[in-house]
Design a protein around this ligand. Structure first.
Ligand code: ATP
Ligand code: MG
Length: 349
């Protein structure tokens, strides 16, 4: 009863604090907010513009082309907090925007964190959330959340496998009977894909492009294996020799070549996880296949490419960009059932 009353006035929140995007789900209501993980500060200060509201979509528009007097900051890199103060300001804004807190109550918050996060990095997430207004804070493994939210039968006696390809991390896990039986977490994600494209253009075309242009090329031309009809796009950058603005026509073959290295690292991580599994589990995976979640699941032909490399079926999970937040929201909605999978603040110390 007390819990019911508390939920009416201050519902629990589930947060996917992503390198590129943050999603907040409200208990019983689903995802309430999905915004870029970006904050706009007054230049040379730690003051968030717009009285603390220049956060998310508005701030992302300023990244790379910040007007004078404004600095756009991404407080999460490779899935972990790199700027505590800004992360706290961002979470405070998101908590207030997503939930209706009354009577000074502080929401219970479940935050998804990457498997590679060290105890110090976990403590940073925990502290940022608490200072931003959370009451009790629990941490949830991102791969677990991705499996749960991606629609995998995680609690069934049949094994299943997920790979969440985010902006800064790759989370891989094999589930059986509600447990993770093998996993791997890499500090490699869409940001590294963008860097690889920028490096390639510098080396091949002596053209320097910004991270936003590299990301746009990845999304508009990128593919993991050849396309029936290859694509082209004209991009603007700086000539690497004369440093003057120049345009170049880039093809989908160029982008694929650039992405080859990071994709190979993902394949080898997936192989190493499969190799750790006992034969019965591997045989389940050959039937069930691999489910992809996260923004990287949207890269053209990534399913076919990984299926060829791994020899098991591969497909995108349902609503891949929201899988982690959906999984975390399952845990806030059925807290007692999933409490055993959560790490409390005390244990994160
Ligand atoms: N169509 C697409 N093709 C390739 N990559 C894409 C596409 N759409 C989005 N992405 C990439 O997906 C990444 C964002 O994915 P997502 O929102 O899952 O990351 P995140 O949860 O913020 O990061 P992380 O979980 O690693 O901390 C970005 O790097 C973005 O460029
Ligand atoms: Mg993510």
């Amino acid at each position: 009863m007390i819990q019911w009353v508390r939920q009416q006035f201050c519902p629990d929140l589930a947060v996917d604090l992503g390198t590129a995007n943050t999603r907040v789900a409200v208990a019983g209501e689903g995802i309430a907010l999905d915004e870029p993980t970006v904050v706009a500060l007054r230049h040379g200060t730690r003051q968030v513009l717009g009285r603390g509201t220049a956060v998310g979509r508005l701030a992302k528009q300023m990244l790379g082309r910040t007007p004078e007097g404004v600095t756009a900051v991404r407080p999460i890199r490779s899935g972990v907090v790199t700027d505590f103060e800004v992360c706290e300001a961002m979470l405070r804004y998101f908590f207030t925007k997503a939930s209706r807190q009354s009577f000074g109550l502080r929401p219970r918050v479940i935050l998804a964190v990457p498997g590679t996060a060290t105890p110090v990095e976990r403590r940073a997430v925990f502290n940022s959330a608490e200072r931003a207004g959370a009451g009790e804070v629990f941490l949830l493994d991102k791969a677990f959340a991705a499996g749960l939210g991606g629609g995998l039968p995680v609690a069934e006696p049949i094994a299943s496998m997920v790979c969440d390809l985010g902006g800064g991390t790759t989370e891989i896990a094999v589930f059986s009977l509600g447990e993770i039986v093998a996993s791997k977490s890499l500090r490699l994600g869409g940001d590294d894909f963008d860097d690889a494209i920028a490096d390639y253009l510098r080396r091949t075309y002596t053209l320097t492009v910004g991270p936003q242009t590299a990301e746009r090329l990845k999304q508009e031309l990128g593919s993991a294996s050849p396309l029936e009809e290859e694509l082209t796009d004209e991009v603007g950058g700086l000539d690497g020799v004369s440093n003057v603005p120049r345009k170049a026509v880039i093809t989908s073959e160029d982008v694929r070549e650039a992405l080859h290295g990071p994709l190979e690292r993902i394949v080898s991580a997936l192989r190493s996880v499969i190799e750790k599994c006992p034969p019965e589990i591997v045989s389940d995976l050959a039937d069930q296949g691999l489910i992809l979640t996260g923004g990287g699941a949207l890269l053209r032909r990534i399913d076919g490419y990984l299926a060829d490399q791994l020899g098991i079926p591969v497909r995108a999970g349902r609503n891949p960009l929201h899988a982690v937040a959906t999984g975390a929201s399952v845990c806030v909605d059925h807290f007692a059932d999933w409490k055993g999978c959560l790490e409390s603040g005390e244990r994160a110390a």
